[in-house]
Design a protein around this ligand. Structure first.
Ligand SMILES: *Cc1c(COP(=O)(O)O)cnc(C)c1O
Length: 409
């Protein structure tokens, strides 16, 4: 078919040939750790291509080698996820979001290099930057999320800058950073650093960093892509396939490719990502806008309730829909937050997000418990803050549950 397929169709047709799975309508799981070569010449060719000594010609059928480098279920998953991310040409699957982030950064930095990143950023990413990269001689500058002028200045002034890492919206108060402005500032830098975006909160459905000019999009597939809180995974996607080739060469060395069973599970979740995210976002918007005036809420954080004109501008320019994370700063501090968590019946008290089930947590005593007072202030994490990841339940049941939990504080 010559007509370009739209993403929901392409996800179900690309990358999988039933004749390679004895006619099975869904991909088989190939658990082999090693693959039989069709000839010694084919083996030599496969190693030349894997090591980057030769490039595969278009349409060439290269023999598989060994599952730490590549395996059929990773190939199927990677082919099928590309149409979900607007502007992407290639993808790499990892065994966690942290593995994707770490491998992408290490693929393009060396001792003496510098990275600029937005804060707050995922705790594991921050730990990796400070406790791992820094002792290895890769220095960094942190810029407050949403301070776009500061970000541009940090990019302009950094020597040996290789990577600009943006997480937007920021966790847990959903402050947004302008991806296009960071891309423009990076384009003026010589040599041009790679702009990487952790798109876990709004992607791949509602925010499209590659279309904004970013080079690498990163995911914790553990969240919305997986969608059922039952697997760990990570994904990197790029516009330039050469970047994915470099990232995969390090993945083969580190051994952090996603295993065949998890690739198969994640692959089966892709056709419903948009359905799940749309429902969760609509639920969250209805709930957030109705809870906003509750007398026990000091402040509510949700993109359609932004008041700062610059944040409203970025949201409208960069996000199709507001997403399914709501944070509530409750009057009465920690006792009120704990009581709210004890009172809710439908939402489960757990960290993580992006599942079909609604989860709620108290960041200050859990996800952000190791964070300094100054960083808590920057992140907007107060004693009374509760973060909620809205699922696909009926929003009226969730709203009623939150209202009774708030009323009885
Ligand atoms: C969860 C998360 C990560 C880490 O992903 P894992 O799959 O747990 O390794 C990274 N970034 C963001 C924004 C996350 O929410």
């Amino acid at each position: 078919m010559s007509v370009k397929q739209r993403p929901p169709t392409a996800i179900l047709t690309r990358g999988f040939d039933p004749t390679l799975s004895v006619g099975s309508a869904r991909p088989a799981v190939f658990r082999s750790s090693t693959y039989v070569f069709s000839s010694p010449e084919a083996a030599e060719r496969a190693f030349d291509i894997m090591a980057g000594r030769a490039a595969a010609t278009p349409g060439e059928n290269v023999d598989l080698v060994y599952s730490r480098f590549n395996h059929p279920n990773a190939e199927i998953l990677e082919d099928q996820i590309v149409p979900l991310e607007r502007g992407a040409a290639a993808a790499a699957a990892f065994n966690s979001g942290m593995a994707a982030i770490m491998t992408a950064i290490l693929a393009f930095t060396r001792p003496g290099d510098h990275i600029v990143f937005t804060v707050p950023i995922y705790g594991g990413t921050e730990h990796f930057i400070h406790e791992f990269l820094q002792p290895f001689g890769i220095s960094s500058t942190a810029v407050r999320a949403g301070c776009n002028g500061d970000l541009a200045a940090a990019i302009r002034n950094a020597p040996n800058l290789r990577v600009v890492l943006i997480e937007t919206p920021a966790n847990p108060t959903l402050v947004m950073t302008d991806i296009r402005q960071a891309v423009e500032a990076s384009a003026a830098h010589n040599p041009r650093p790679l702009v990487m975006v952790d798109n876990t909160f709004l992607g791949p459905c509602f925010q499209h960093p590659l279309v904004c000019g970013a080079d690498v999009v990163l995911y914790s597939a553990t969240k919305y892509l997986g969608g059922f809180s039952d697997l760990l995974g990570g994904i990197a996607l790029t516009r330039d396939p050469e970047l994915i080739r470099k990232i995969k060469s390090w993945r083969g060395l580190f051994g952090n490719i996603l295993q065949p069973d998890e690739c198969w599970m994640l692959d089966s979740r892709l056709p419903t990502v948009t359905l799940r995210m749309n429902r969760a976002s609509k639920n969250a918007q209805r709930i957030a806008e109705r809870l906003a005036a509750h007398r026990n809420i000091r402040r509510i954080y949700y993109p359609t309730l932004f008041e700062d004109p610059e944040q409203v501008r970025i949201r409208l320019a960069q996000c199709d829909y507001p997403g399914a994370i709501i944070s509530l700063d409750l009057k009465g501090g920690k006792p009120a937050a704990f009581e709210f968590l004890r009172n809710v019946k439908l939402a489960r008290n757990a960290v993580s997000l992006g599942g079909v089930e609604t989860l709620a947590c108290h960041p200050k005593s859990t996800t952000h418990s190791a964070v300094s007072a100054e960083e808590l202030e920057i992140a907007g994490v107060t004693d009374g803050l509760v973060r909620i990841s809205i699922g696909v339940e009926d929003w009226r049941d969730l709203l009623a549950d939150f209202e009774q939990a708030l009323d009885s504080i």
